[in-house]
Design a protein around this ligand. Sequence first.
Ligand code: GLU
Length: 426
Amino acid sequence: MNYKAGDLIKVKTKEGVYKGTYIPRKGNSIVIKLESGYNIGIDKNKIDNISLVRKQKKIKQKKEKIKQNNKLPTISILHTGGTIASKVDYRTGAVHSEFSPEEILRMFPELKEIANIRSRLIFQMFSEDMGPEHWEILAKEVKKEIEKKVDGIIITHGTDIIHYTSAALSFMLQNLPIPVLLVGAQRSSDRGSSDASLNLINASYFISKTSFNGVAICMHENTEDNSCLILPGTKTRKMHTSRRDAFKAVNDIPIAKVDYKKNIIENIKKIKENNESLISNIGFEKKIALIKIRPGFSHKELEFYKNYKGIIFEGTGLGHLAVSVLDKHTKEHKKTLDMIKKLSKKIPIFMASQCIFGRVDMNVYSSGRDLQEAGVIALEDMLSETAYVKLGWLLSFEKNQKKIKELMLKNIAGEISERTQLNEFL
Ligand code: GLU
């Protein structure tokens, strides 16, 4: 096959003749985009003949020179991939990421009035492929941008794990002098239904007007295409697979609401001044576990973690797991408790809740009390994902068990709130 992406080809099989744009794909089928817009795969073994109708047309794009405006703030956009900075090439159906400042301004011309844009590609990946090593690289890149004295940083990021990355940056870089906003999109930038543009422009507008300093996530407030919320970096979670307003603050309230079209920034939280200098503490211990408890959880599963450095349980309800022996089917539960007792002598073990909203309280029921006696520590209202990131970060520089337990319960980057407010639920 000597065809190139975008060539118009004709494929003949016994069932019929198909004309469409060639989309290179691995595997046993030839994929073409039909004029109707549908992509079809045709089994290579069923093809009698393929012919070229027309070579792909080259599209020339004019290079526009970017003018600096000294009256505007400077924002650095660091791209990590995901849907936000990508657009679908309708000739081939492929998704391309665009990351040069020229491209960004061509795609989002409103930004020209808001800030001088710098832009760098750090990674080009879906966020589910990211891991702690990427957080470390990203934290170092953010630090570099801060040293260049930019007024704010936007990190474009896949949405799946954006809240893990925001938590990691919140711990690794404390006392930030500027806003660092993570921005994602559920639909790619050139689709009519895309949320990319509003998220990115609102994030830039917020940076250009605010005195907020710290890590936050900027995403749609609701299903309308108007306002975005600036959400706390350690207390936010993806709560829907596809909605543009998938991100919600958990056990906390948003920092601000932004609507650049109406020139509105409404601070929901009080914005604190920061006169302290930046603390950067970049590292992550990967040998830690985040274990979701479920009915049927067995002590045998814990065996696997015996050489780990720390465990976070995502327990049921107020922070429970099956440790009570009540009938012949629950006899094994004692072994789970014994195993936890043994493990907790060596490594720190913590409890968050899979309820997501609310506070862990292990004093109410006997299983909670038994677990505490066995050494498990309740993590207040910390999100389990944030707890995972915090523990990995802490273990990268702190080896003293007592200190680790103390620091896990100390609010370092907004991850624990003292009191639960009524308005902190969906
Ligand atoms: N799984 C993808 C990611 O998290 C989804 C695309 C997106 O959200 O940008 O990168």
